[in-house]
Design a protein around this ligand. Sequence first.
Ligand SMILES: NC(=O)c1ccc[n+]([C@@H]2O[C@H](COP(=O)([O-])OP(=O)(O)OC[C@H]3O[C@@H](n4cnc5c(N)ncnc54)[C@H](OP(=O)(O)O)[C@@H]3O)[C@@H](O)[C@H]2O)c1
Length: 243
Amino acid sequence: MLFIWIAVAILIFLLLLKVTAPYGRHSSAKWGPLISNNIGWLVMELPVLIVLWYFLLQNVKAITAPAWVMIGLFTFHYLYRSLVFPFRLHTKGKKMPLVIVGSAVLFNCINGFSLGYYFIAFANYTNDWFTDFRFIIGIALFFTGMYINLKADNKLIRLRQPNETGYKIPTGWMFDTISCPNLWGELIEWAGFAILCWNLPAFTFFIWTAANLIPRALSHHRWYKSYFESYPEKRKAIIPYIL
Ligand SMILES: NC(=O)c1ccc[n+]([C@@H]2O[C@H](COP(=O)([O-])OP(=O)(O)OC[C@H]3O[C@@H](n4cnc5c(N)ncnc54)[C@H](OP(=O)(O)O)[C@@H]3O)[C@@H](O)[C@H]2O)c1
């Protein structure tokens, strides 16, 4: 099932290179009914935790200490993303299409199911995993990515006063090198998660994250260049000095 799901991610990646997902700065009423941006984020991101924890609670005894660490990292990220992040955004009056919310819910439910089912039915991590180099490298990457993602999102949110909705050119720190350090950070975070878990559901989740974030960063980058005449020429989209 997960190999098919990876193939779907590759198709979605190719599609998103041609069709920009219509939320945030790319939001459009052409895509049907709209809902509030903040509520949209909450509804999109919470189901993954509900589905994950539904499966975990079916067989809690099967979960060993390293798996609890993995589940804890994932849960921490998604609690922040669904319950805190949406209410920090300065996007008053902005909306996103329901079709985006629906497709994100589907994507999140499948990922929540595959991770949750893996942890209760297949995972057999022992405490030795805590000293395995994959766990150590993975966890270092996870926190590095999370730090970059949070710092970049904070800087973007602070570009606006609470009632503003317009755009400015972000400058300083990693913004001088790439347009989307927040998406770059998220990509590193889930690469780290895939390495520290070293299982197929986490790897698949990373592929899906890349399939979403790389085209989104390219769309943001194109948008910046067409919206601001003075946009810095040398800045890349998502991977410093490369892409
Ligand atoms: N795991 C995944 O598959 C996945 C997929 C998508 C997003 N995410 C994560 O979700 C978060 C948000 O993603 P996103 O693509 O929506 O980020 P984004 O477009 O960079 O927007 C983040 C916030 O900052 C505002 N903003 C961005 N650039 C701005 C500028 N130049 N001037 C003023 N305000 C600006 C946005 O306002 P507007 O909304 O009004 O543009 C939004 O409120 C990120 O942390 C990302 O990593 C994860």
